[in-house]
Design a binder for this molecule. Sequence first.
Ligand SMILES: NC(=O)c1ccc[n+]([C@@H]2O[C@H](COP(=O)([O-])OP(=O)(O)OC[C@H]3O[C@@H](n4cnc5c(N)ncnc54)[C@H](O)[C@@H]3O)[C@@H](O)[C@H]2O)c1
Length: 396
Amino acid sequence: MSSTCNIALLGQKFMGRAHSNAYLKASRFFNVPIRPFMHTIVGLDLIALAPFADRWEWKKYSTSWKEIIKDPAIDLIDISTPNYMHAEQAVAALAAGKHVACEKPLASTLKEARTMRNAAARVRKHKTFVWFNYRRCPAVALAHQLVKEGRLGRLYHVRASFLQDWGGPEVPLGWRFQKKYAGSGAHGDLNSHIIDLARFITGQEFTEISGAVSETFIPERELIGAPAKTGGRSRSRRSKKSVGKSDVDDCTLFLGRMTGGTVASFEASRLAIGHQVSNTIEINGELGALRFSFEDMNLLWFYDNTEDKRTAGWRRIMCTSAGNHPYAGAWWPEGHGISYEHTFVNMVAEMMAVLAGENPIIPIPNFADAYETQRVLEAAMLAAKHRSAVRLTEVK
Ligand SMILES: NC(=O)c1ccc[n+]([C@@H]2O[C@H](COP(=O)([O-])OP(=O)(O)OC[C@H]3O[C@@H](n4cnc5c(N)ncnc54)[C@H](O)[C@@H]3O)[C@@H](O)[C@H]2O)c1
């Protein structure tokens, strides 16, 4: 590949903005070996596309992803469309000889995720990336490094939750509330992130989902427009009366076991009133413990159990030290924190390094890696459905 990577981004709304911002900023803040070039933005809403392309400095815009995937000028297809589109778009992009970055969850079903994993395995020359962006919080990356160095010793517990409260009855029936478009609700949307974090930080895989509960608190929602085009995160006017079925979970909780004997608990909800993006993980080991909360994302808390008990306590680590904390050197002077959007910029810089044949600072999940997270999602859904434990060996 030349010194430039021509990007086509599919999807122009929430993640469309986050990814556009990341492509714009990556080469300004990082010394990237390959510069991302914002070639074509693709969406369904033609009226919105022209001003979007202009604002975010995309060279071209299009409503036809099938045409753009075949464009020989494009090097990388970035998929930020609703979950049910990921497999078809990714498989077509790989067949057309493109690198592919795809939003999480990898797909809406395990079967689709398997198709994607297999397609990626067949074209080894082309890289795949999955946007589990929370790995690229410096505090999370540091947690990964500390566990890898053995600072926690044997791991006993993982305790993770991703709680939100935007999914009340006033929110209409967008694609996120329909199985045929999303695959699942809070589970695929939020548990996918914390399953990835648990696997990434501990370096362990799941062996069993020991039990799970799932609930749809709000089974009917107001119908609006074409649901595949609307994410359903915004409040609607309450004048319309027609309603449709929401057939995904509003919350899913599960317990699991991991290699190394670690036990783990997970909880995802869109109706945890009082929480907005409460993405937290705590890991307790023999030699110490770590905890991270996205709402204070520049901090990592570390308890060193080898210290003198008289002075032991939770240490508050501000992860903004250039040269000491992953990604911190690309940003601001020490103590000047970063935020949500920077995780995407960090990831683009890492993707460009991988395309240039360099090692990323922190591993990026590819389709094979994200498929393992999808297996855990599937096992937990089966455990909730059958009210029984599911071994991961039963979920291929
Ligand atoms: N990593 C994160 O933090 C994070 C956060 C939110 C969403 N996501 C993921 O990103 C993906 C998109 O979510 P979103 O919140 O941006 O959704 P959204 O509803 O805000 O936007 C979806 C976009 O996809 C476009 N689209 C739909 N069908 C299309 C098609 N056939 N061809 C081209 N474009 C099409 C729509 O026009 C829209 O621009 C989902 O997989 C979601 O799980 C990830």
